[in-house]
Ligand binder design. Structure first.
Ligand SMILES: [Fe+2]
Length: 320
């Protein structure tokens, strides 16, 4: 039986996996939460990497965004138009690519989001679970020689990759349309493979499906090392799996996790909304920050609101 701890505000945090994941009860999410509740949620999020809330069906786009503001500054996706003209990204089984690859959100820009907040609107009668993996325990569990190897590596991440290889059954027009929107600006960013977490100080593996290659290696060596590290991240003991109900909310620390949306609900509708909170530019164990390789200048915030993509430019000096 899991144990729950209670704070003065009746917020309960119940661990649901050995290395990652907790369910939080006793709170109605929205913009009016007390400072104590926000602090409790943030602490649980940093400790457990992903936290889940049932029964938050009262949230709409505005309340979702108002809650996000309590954790930081909301940011739009750098290239994909939002669902509401502001910050909510639509994740819809009937449109766009499915997220059935392990990834960390938006790592193709330097200061990718710190937190993602995902709200379930319509959930299929079966399937469509999401898995999260803890990239801090993945690093900590590596044998020392592999930790030392990872510490010295840097990898190039991009939003330009082979969609057709990921969705061999998709119609060519659908793939072309998605690619055109998702890569309307092609970003290339170099990140350390090991990121020092800015709040916890933990070392985390910064990889996932936006990685193109490890700097300085041949394609074959790069692939072999990526597969090696990724296998430690994806190990079942290092993950938690969530079976969604409509009205659920999941929040993850995007700096210490990867996630995977399981594509097994056939043609049933599955609709979620995501709001992300701005992050900062990663640094490796050597203190060297991530850097934007291209474009030379980051376009104006997409769709008239901040996308977060340009916040990474300060350290590179390459963009306004
Ligand atoms: Fe994602």
């Amino acid at each position: 039986m899991a144990t729950a701890t209670h704070t003065a505000t009746a917020l309960s945090v119940t661990k649901i996996g050995g290395r990652i994941g907790a369910e939080i009860g006793g709170v109605r999410l929205g913009g009016g939460l007390s400072d104590d509740d926000v602090a409790g949620i943030r602490a649980a999020l940093l400790a457990h990497k992903v936290v889940f809330f049932r029964g938050q069906g009262h949230l709409d786009e505005a309340a979702h965004e108002a809650f996000a503001e309590l954790l930081g500054a909301p940011v739009a996706h750098p290239t994909v138009p939002s669902a509401d003209g502001r910050y909510a990204l639509g994740i819809d089984s009937h449109h766009g690519a499915r997220a059935n690859q392990w990834h960390t959100d938006v790592t193709f820009v330097p200061a990718y989001p710190a937190f993602s907040i995902l709200r379930a609107v319509t959930i299929p009668p079966y399937g469509g679970d999401t898995l999260w993996a803890n990239t801090a325990t993945a690093y900590a569990g590596l044998p020392e020689p592999l930790r030392a190897l990872a510490d010295g590596l840097r990898a190039v991440h991009s939003n330009e990759y082979d969609y057709a290889a990921l969705r061999p059954d998709a119609l060519p027009e659908a793939l072309a349309q998605y690619r055109e929107v998702f890569t309307s600006t092609t970003f290339l960013t170099e990140h350390p493979v090991v990121r020092v977490h800015p709040e916890t100080g933990e070392r985390t593996l910064l990889l996932g499906n936006f990685v193109q290659r490890i700097q300085g290696l041949t394609g074959r060596d790069s692939r072999a090392l990526l597969d090696l590290f990724q296998a430690h991240i994806e190990s079942p003991e290092n993950t938690v799996r969530w079976q969604w109900q409509a009205g659920d909310v999941a929040i993850w620390d995007n700096r210490a996790t990867q996630h995977y949306g399981v594509d097994d609900s056939d043609d049933h509708e599955r609709t979620l909304r995501r709001v992300t909170v701005d992050g900062d530019v990663p640094v490796g164990p050597d203190g060297v920050p991530s850097r934007l390789i291209s474009p030379e200048t980051v376009p104006d915030p997409s769709f008239g609101i901040p996308s977060g993509a340009s916040t990474g430019s300060a350290s590179t000096g390459s963009a306004a």
